[in-house]
Design a protein around this ligand. Sequence first.
Ligand SMILES: [Zn+2]
Length: 100
Amino acid sequence: MGFDLDQIKPCAMCGKGIGHAGPVFYRARIEQLVIDDRAVARETGLQMMLGGNVAIARALSPETDFAKPFRTAEVLLCGTCGIEPMPLAVLLDTQEETDL
Ligand SMILES: [Zn+2]
């Protein structure tokens, strides 16, 4: 996964250019997912039917997806902001969503 010039955008936290703090910057893909409680319930039911044997239930289960993507964004952070603590939910709220 390279990085082309058309992918440049301002730092998601400070809004400055991603290179203003030096040559190192960060790219992160943030995904917010929602647990599929129906899939979890089906899996749990199968496990109970099999006497609690999780390994056999996993082998027999058709379930492969226990959470659904809700929001996704790709962010760039400058070298300074990349080492700062920031809740992912807050960062995600400031971004336009990208295609899943
Ligand atoms: Zn920054």
